[in-house]
Design a protein around this ligand. Structure first.
Ligand code: ZN
Length: 162
């Protein structure tokens, strides 16, 4: 089901989502949330989405299939954490479904190692680089109540250009 995207200054966007507990994995409720996240992401033309953006303050995010590292399916990350695998940070333009019409340059680590669970509780460990690494860092920030505008430089709006 396609959900409404919550936008800044919605308080839930500023909360740290709670971890998903082991007994929630594989339940119909969690599967529904996963389906809602993915359906909403594609409906809104997002490359990634995090549960707080549809009003659920829990540690789940999804990455669109064309931006998943070395995978051909949508990537659902539960309780994800990452560590940097390179010291290099690269600056790139970002926007966010929860901060409409606003863009800015954000420095992100070029390469990261991600640890998470999939919706069935299988442990995922993988490296991501470049754009997929950027999307994952952006989505994990959401799960911790952080928005890209907190870190962005050269912020501009597209709704007052005309
Ligand atoms: Zn976002």
């Amino acid at each position: 089901m396609i959900k409404n995207i919550l936008t800044e200054p919605e308080p839930i966007l500023r909360q740290k989502g709670r971890d998903i507990s082991p007994d929630e994995l594989g339940t119909p409720k969690l599967e529904q949330l996963t389906r809602d996240l993915i359906a909403t992401m594609y409906a809104k033309d997002g490359v990634g989405i995090a549960a707080p953006q549809i009003g659920q303050s829990v540690q789940i995010c999804a990455i669109a299939r064309e931006h998943t590292p070395e995978q051909k399916s949508d990537l659902v990350l539960i309780n994800p954490v990452w560590i940097k695998k390179s010291l290099i940070k690269v600056s790139g333009e970002e926007g966010c479904l929860s901060v409409p019409d606003v863009f800015g340059k954000v420095k992100r680590y070029k390469k990261i190692k991600v640890t998470a669970l999939d919706p069935h509780g299988k442990k995922l460990v993988f490296e991501a680089a470049n754009f997929p690494a950027r999307v994952i860092q952006h989505e994990v920030d959401h799960l911790n109540g952080i928005l890209f505008i907190d870190k962005a430089k050269d912020i501009y709006r597209t709704d007052n250009l005309l």
